[in-house]
Design a protein. Structure first.
Length: 133
């Protein structure tokens, strides 16, 4: 089973990826994300999960969770960047975003996620227990 931790530098647990999930996503999108993460939590290993892949280039050291839903031709692409930490079978979610034709480049998102990753490694309290799914 996979456990999730969420990057959240706030003191009250309302920042970081929690803010993205709770305020940037519609309730319908939240439901799709939550369902995908609940399914992912049942996996024995992230490496064998079909919608999880390690990234390269500026994103090296990060892993992407792909959440795609909607009718053909209007598919919504949600991406969550994170890494396995502090041990295997614990996935720390760092940055979430909706991939659109206007932002197919991951550069900006990966730079943010790499910064968050460094902060989490330096201070594990920045990766709190997730309040979702």
């Amino acid at each position: 089973m996979i456990a999730f931790r969420c990057y959240d530098p706030s003191r009250d647990g309302s920042g970081g990826i929690h803010a993205w999930h709770n305020y940037d996503l519609t309730p319908a999108f939240q439901a799709h994300v939550d369902t995908a993460l609940e399914d992912l939590a049942l996996e024995d290993d992230l490496g064998s999960a079909p919608k999880v892949k390690p990234l390269r280039g500026a994103c090296i050291g990060l892993t992407e969770v792909q959440i795609d839903f909607g009718p053909k031709g209007k598919v919504i692409h949600i991406r969550i960047l994170g890494f396995e930490w502090p041990w295997r079978r614990v996935f720390t979610m760092l940055k979430g975003f909706q991939k659109t034709p206007l932002n197919v480049s991951y550069g900006q998102h990966c730079r943010s996620a790499q910064t968050y990753k460094d902060k989490v490694i330096h201070d594990g309290q920045r990766a709190k227990r997730c309040k979702f799914p």
